[in-house]
Design a binder for this molecule. Sequence first.
Ligand SMILES: [Zn+2]
Length: 85
Amino acid sequence: MLEDLKPPEKVPTCGFVRLRQGLDGDDQHRLDEAMVSAEWSSLALAKALSERGLRISYAVLYRHRKKTCSCYMNGETFARESATS
Ligand SMILES: [Zn+2]
């Protein structure tokens, strides 16, 4: 009965990285700059992205900035993503 019982698949990256992966190179760069900019609060950035059709919660941005998201709990996942883009 439980032959196919498996743990849930690990999500390798957080919502921020998944959103970022859907953007082209220029937009990824703009988004990276906004993420490290003190002029953008996570809330303002989430709102600006949502207004452009990229729905994301400010909490996702906040956790990614604070490195408490799944990217960092999963070790090197985000580092690898960054290096290849
Ligand atoms: Zn993340």
